[in-house]
Design a protein around this ligand. Sequence first.
Ligand SMILES: Cc1ncc(COP(=O)(O)O)c(C=O)c1O
Length: 382
Amino acid sequence: MTLYAAALENNIATMAAYCRDRGVELAPHGKTTLAPQLFRRQIAAGAWGISVATPDQIALCRSSGISRIFLANEFVDQDAIAWVISELADDRDFEFLCYVDSVEGVHLIADGLRAARTDRPFDVVIEVGYEGGRTGCRSAEAAREVAAAAAAVSGLRVIGVAGYEGGIGHELSDDVLRSVREYLGFVHSVGSELTAAGLVTDSGSGIILSAGGSIFFDEVVEAFSQDLLPGQRPRVLLRGGSYVSHDSGIYSRLSPFTRPGALPSYRLIPALRVWGQVLSCPEAGLALVNIGRRDTPFDEGMPIPEVARRGKDGPLRDVRACSVSQLNDQHAFVTVPGKMDLEVGDWVGFGISHPCTAFDKSHLLPVVDEDYHVIDFIRTYF
Ligand SMILES: Cc1ncc(COP(=O)(O)O)c(C=O)c1O
């Protein structure tokens, strides 16, 4: 699996420019790549910090010198909570926030704070979910109850409200768009309600509203552009992760920057390509290539044959007319239409669908330039 240097640079710069243009902030989701080298580049391009999903990902960020970390998940491990509290006490430059969606979750953090007797506040955002979805308060009443419990704990600050719309659907149908808009409107309304009730604190530059993967972030920006209360703009924190490599499948079809009718002036380029060689052509119209489920994502669509090359340095030819019908652990079944010729030994480059299940396939990704020379390596920590 290779990463294209120019595409990577383009994607990091494009998302940074979009956020700057819209006056919103970005905490790119680090779980997509678990590659601190990329985290640092995203931050250098203007990202506020890095979002993570698990305590070990917090540790990876801490040991990689990332000073602003958003655990966009519930935080219930008491040892990990105690460790974060001590890190906050020891390092005044370390900023941390996490979700909370239950009174029990508030109590777990409160226990940690009581035991530590620190003067650093511990920041949380109330997570708001939707019926049938993942974590998150299902009603404004539940959110109010959790926020009130948190506000009553000395040292605990509720600094905003968050959610995640990306699980609602992986298509742009009217139904999905309606549900996404309704949900984001609900997250915003909970933010307004908690602000009006005095249950959220402005931690510096506005009360936080956070949502946004790499598919509906334009909807998030639109929904969260309204004031929370008259004259009180929220501080919007997006969390896209997949944009960094983009892909040739689901995100190419759905990203606001590449889907049909995409936003002009922003462009994402697929940065990942998986290479394999034809092992056998045992039947007409079938080539077996030596990449499989160990090497490429397949949960959101099969890899997409894009280019092929004969020998070590033959010219690249377009093989987009081919397709993958099946993947075994180490084999791809490539359907080859009549006119295409793939021979044993040919190299085939596949685009991928779904970055989040791509980076975990490799510990070391070669970064290549336009001439396919390896110019760098990106280490991942899965
Ligand atoms: C809570 C949360 N935020 C943000 C993201 C990033 O979404 P994407 O992978 O579409 O960039 C995810 C991805 O699963 C997520 O679970």
